[in-house]
Write a new protein. Structure first.
Length: 205
């Protein structure tokens, strides 16, 4: 998992509440267990019409938002089913940070497991950031996880809260497997002791 430290990027404004995981990535695209290739289907029903053509009025079909790495939305982002494909699709598109007043719990947890930083900020502040994002590519937003601040284009810094363990995991680029591998020496030592004490047990490779 790529580490998340400081990100300065174009932010895409998505002033919608209750954006569920089926809207983020429709169920018909869940046949794969790969984490790549899903970005093209991100917000599929919002991005494309019935013929598969792009809807020109949708934000991610416009410049500079085709290259956005930050998404700003309204309440209850990621509600609905628990599909991990939702953060996979966001990440494959290029989104590394989602800012909203609140998130569905399972989606919130899945973001951290996949290297996406979900930031909770009050609705009024999200609306200010959405207005900033509407200014386009010259109004980039900075997210500094080390200092736990979002920096608006005008230089104003907005503090945000995050669980310390999750903050550490993102800063170090550690997913669940990476966290386990940090304890590899202790695990190897335990397995060596078990092998010595129970030599009769079969070895599993």
């Amino acid at each position: 998992m790529d580490a998340f430290t400081t990100l300065t990027a174009v932010a895409a404004p998505l002033p919608l509440a209750n954006v569920d995981t089926d809207k983020i990535i429709p169920a018909r695209f869940l046949k794969t267990i790969k984490r790549t290739g899903l970005g093209v289907h991100l917000f599929d029903t919002l991005r494309y019409d019935e013929t598969g053509a792009e809807r020109p009025d949708f934000v991610l079909n416009k410049e500079p938002y085709r290259h956005a790495q930050i998404l700003i939305a309204h309440e209850n982002f990621g509600c609905g089913s628990s599909r991990e494909h939702a953060p996979w699709a966001l990440l494959d598109f290029g989104i590394r940070c989602v800012i909203a007043p609140d998130f569905a719990d399972i989606f919130h947890n899945n973001c951290f497991k996949n290297g996406i930083l979900p930031i909770r900020l009050p609705r009024a502040i999200c609306d200010q950031l959405i207005d900033d994002a509407k200014l386009g590519g010259n109004a980039r937003i900075t997210v500094d996880l080390q200092r736990q601040v979002v920096v608006r284009p005008n230089g104003e810094e907005i503090a945000f809260e995050i669980d310390e363990f999750r903050r550490h995991s993102l800063l170090e680029g550690l997913d669940d497997i990476g966290q386990t591998l940090q304890h590899a020496p202790a695990i190897d030592a335990y397995e060596a002791r078990q092998k010595a004490q129970r030599a009769w047990m079969p070895t599993i490779t």
